[in-house]
Design a protein around this ligand. Structure first.
Ligand code: NAP
Length: 287
């Protein structure tokens, strides 16, 4: 297999939001897509939606694939890789899409020398094959986390595929990735869920009722990710515990500072924080 973006046989395991969306785009780009999912319904819909050329719940389908994406939930990436190893040749490149990289890259690289960790930074609150969409990854960052033993060829193949998806490659150390996404993805999930939890559990019933009627774009924006897939949030915490705890503790300190400023009517300090927030926010937004 050469590292150009010529047509490849690509296995995609876990035909949900991310796996299905990869399948749709890569099918359209002319690759031969082998889809594996446990549910018959996921397989059937992947064929109907022209996301895959062949589907099965049997891992043996990936035999002969040039490249395989592991797109199952974080907690089953390692067991999925173990299950496909008997059908994978020495030249097959394996990659995953899990939102946590440190632990996964460490374990998967020990099991397979041709594994390269990946994380497309795109998604939405829905799950399953029906949620899959074209161009989900367009203009989004796609992080690759090669380690010392990763071959240059695997890295180049992945960079070509990411370019075909219209995404932007970032290279990172797996644990630095985890610390970074803890701040901009995993902490926000917890903060957003905590916001929903506090409103629901602490507001008096009649105030809560009115609040529900008045909630508009601001509340929708700040609670979007907290109202997403609970299993994904849970696994982010379980598999990135150290980094997420660090971010949460620092966040609580800032929240306490804000609370103190309001209690002491220290409006100058509060305004300074709000002004810094306003001027720093654009640095985190690509568009
Ligand atoms: P999803 O829509 O639930 O898709 C996962 C698919 O994997 C399911 O449709 C399911 O299909 C299959 N699956 C579920 N449990 C499994 C298990 N125990 N063993 C094997 N297969 C299983 O979830 P997703 O959002 O695509 O997330 C998949 C991966 O993408 C995760 O590792 C996540 O960290 C990563 N990711 C998610 C986002 C996001 O915003 N959602 C963004 C970037 C990366 P069957 O029932 O048919 O098997």
């Amino acid at each position: 297999m050469n590292s150009s973006s010529s047509s490849k046989t690509i296995g995609i395991i876990g035909l949900g939001l991310i796996g299905g969306s990869l399948a749709l785009d890569l099918y359209q780009k002319g690759h031969h897509i082998l889809g594996i999912s446990r549910a018959h319904q996921s397989c059937r819909r992947a064929l109907e939606r022209k996301a895959c050329h062949q589907v099965s719940s049997d891992m043996e389908l990936v035999r002969g694939a040039d490249l395989i994406f592991l797109c199952t939930p974080i907690g089953s990436i390692i067991s999925t890789l173990e299950a496909i190893l008997p059908y994978v040749s020495a030249s097959t490149i394996l990659t995953d899409v899990a939102s946590v990289k440190g632990v996964i890259v460490e374990k998967c690289s020990m099991l397979c020398s041709n594994f390269i960790g990946g994380h497309p930074m795109a998604g939405n609150a829905r799950t399953g094959i029906e949620a899959a969409q074209y161009n989900l990854f367009r203009n989004a960052p796609y992080v690759l986390t090669p380690i010392e033993t990763t071959s240059v060829e695997s890295l180049e193949v992945m960079q070509d595929i990411i370019a075909e998806l219209g995404a932007i490659t970032y290279i990172s150390d797996p644990y630095e990735h985890d610390r970074s996404v803890s701040w901009i993805s995993h902490l926000p999930v917890m903060v957003s869920a905590a916001l929903l939890e506090s409103v629901n559990s602490k507001a008096e019933p009649e105030i809560l009722e009115l609040a529900k009627n008045l909630a508009s774009s601001g509340f929708r924006d700040t609670t979007r990710i907290g109202g997403g897939n609970p299993q994904l949030g849970l696994m982010m915490a379980q598999y990135n515990q150290e980094a997420i705890l660090d971010s949460l503790i620092n966040y609580q300190q800032v929240l306490q500072e804000i609370t103190d400023h309001i209690r002491k009517q220290d409006w100058i300090s509060l305004e300074t924080i709000l002004q810094r927030a306003q001027s720093n926010r654009p640095d985190f937004l690509r568009d």
